[in-house]
Design a protein around this ligand. Sequence first.
Ligand SMILES: C[S@@+](CC[C@H](N)C(=O)[O-])C[C@H]1O[C@@H](n2cnc3c(N)ncnc32)[C@H](O)[C@@H]1O
Length: 392
Amino acid sequence: MSSPSVSALLERIAAAGKAYEKTQEAGTREDLIDLGQSLVAALEIPSEFIQRSFWSEPAKSAHIRLAVDVQLFQHLRDAGAGGLAPEELASKTGVEVLLLQRVLRHLTSTKVAVFKGGKWHGTPLSDGLAEQKYQHSISFCYDVARPSFNGFPAYFQATGYKQPTFLTDGPFQAAHQTALPFFDWLVATPPHLAHFDSFMSAYRAGKPDWWDFYPVTERLAAGFAPGADGDGDALLVDVGGGRGHDLAGFARVHGAHPGRLVLQDREPVIAAAEKSDRFEAQVHDFFTPQPVRGARAYALHSILHDWGDAEGVRILENLRPALKRGYSRVLLNEIVLFEETPTLAATSMDMMMLAHFAVKERTERDWRAIIEKAGLRVVKIYSLPGGGGESH
Ligand SMILES: C[S@@+](CC[C@H](N)C(=O)[O-])C[C@H]1O[C@@H](n2cnc3c(N)ncnc32)[C@H](O)[C@@H]1O
């Protein structure tokens, strides 16, 4: 199939731009970004592609990682509209002024920072990146994920170009010279667990959450019926919910919900979770029987995709005895891969799975197979407005 012409793309960009400015509807911003990337792909010649992909982008991410260590974006943000002269910024960061200028020039040409009136200034992007959850995400992606991706060519050459099949011998293990599964390594290798948990709370920030497009009132709150024996007084259990970012967000939007909210995760994750008066936190291994019985709903957000089919079925089977027939719902929030038209969000996540868990993102057919194998029934698939392939 031939690529669309530049003029056809420009027409689509103009139309998408108008839709974005007029409606700000979910998905219009993402459409524009996608079209912008198609435009670059249509215009860029191979030498430019190599320069951008293999020098400019790697140097940019290295500078952004360095920026975390020296709090560069925080200093620019705190300086506000006045900005900072090179010497002032050098003294605050401890980076030699000439090196700092070279780093910042590259961050300026790649649109992360601005130089104006002899001073460096932050941008909405760099100010946003200064937030702790993004600082931790940068460290996780650079220190943990990136070495796994860099090692793909050597890893796959050594394995005869076959997909990894075990949780303990994938590209992640080769890059970090460990035999531990990813989640165990995070615990054993500080500060990566803390960085990963922040990354989990940040990697989709700014996108609609499942409670924005799932009919919470009709399907969860309306029929809520706590059991007389104490069973069933939970509205929602977030299984593998990290430090509780989803439950905190849910409680913010659905403050008047009935019933308890329960967060479950592994012991080191729960130990690091901030105490909340909105939900209770509980240590629970999802490979063991679910202790909260008869809840209205059990949410599993980005859980099953970390595991192969057999483990996925086991996780669901461990939920089943706790479910009240005709009442409890299992809410799976996962990417559904469209084979013909995969999105960047879906394929990027698929690469994370390939690198770290020896597993893959699933198509609708794959999902139905493991859900049915666990003895559950798909009631309905709700799609994230604006695509991205995430479903519920
Ligand atoms: C990909 S993260 C998803 C976190 C959160 N649900 C979200 O979507 O942001 C997977 C979560 O599963 C947790 N986890 C891994 N193994 C677990 C186990 N055996 N029992 C309970 N939680 C586990 C991890 O600690 C992590 O918080």
